[in-house]
Ligand binder design. Structure first.
Ligand SMILES: CC(C)(COP(=O)(O)OP(=O)(O)OC[C@H]1O[C@@H](n2cnc3c(N)ncnc32)[C@H](O)[C@@H]1OP(=O)(O)O)[C@@H](O)C(=O)NCCC(=O)NCCS
Length: 152
């Protein structure tokens, strides 16, 4: 297990760890281990992780198609935030995407998550659109998504 440096993740153990961190980060819409097992098994997926003190501290998961990629999710355990893990994961996954011939990267981010928006802006993403009521919170409230794009 790598401590610090981002490493590629696959397999059932990774799926369980991803789901645990995702639950901490997205209480309203957690993805379970089966969802991550499915996503991680796809050849079109690319996931990078960072570990701290023997456990998963954060991950980023992308889906690749032709010369485009989508950041499906990026999550850092609350205990390890504001230490550069999220920005390092994104920088490394973008470098890996570029090596694979990816030219354009897209993502959706909820309008009520300023930390994520700040992270993506800092990493070079720019807003290009909006999806109305894209997310649904536990209380049923709909939340818009900002669509962001980065050209590599
Ligand atoms: C968004 C998230 C991944 C950031 O991870 P992180 O490891 O804490 O991020 P970093 O330490 O690399 O921060 C990089 C930059 O992002 C911005 N940022 C991160 N957290 C922030 C916060 N709470 N408030 C404002 N800006 C923030 C800052 O610009 C920061 O740079 P700085 O520390 O030099 O000011 C993390 O907060 C998280 O998992 N949030 C919940 C899940 C989520 O919203 N994921 C993204 C949508 S898929």
């Amino acid at each position: 297990m790598s401590e610090g440096a981002a490493a590629v993740a696959t397999g059932p153990d990774a799926a369980v760890a991803f789901a645990a961190v995702h639950r901490l980060c997205f209480a309203d819409e957690p993805w379970d281990a089966d969802v991550f097992a499915c996503l991680l098994s796809l050849p079109s997926s690319l996931a990078l992780v960072e570990h701290r003190q023997g456990g998963l501290a954060g991950f980023v998961l992308c889906r690749l198609a032709a010369d485009e990629a989508e950041v499906l999710t990026c999550a850092v355990d609350p205990a390890w935030r504001r230490r550069g893990i999220g920005s390092r994961l994104l920088a490394r996954v973008m470098a890996a995407n570029r090596q694979r011939g990816i030219r354009h990267v897209f993502l959706e981010v909820a309008v009520d998550t300023p930390a994520a928006q700040a992270l993506y802006l800092q990493c070079g993403f720019r807003p290009v659109g909006r999806r109305r009521q894209y997310y649904q919170r536990a209380d049923g409230t709909g939340v818009d998504a900002i669509v962001m794009r980065m050209d590599l």
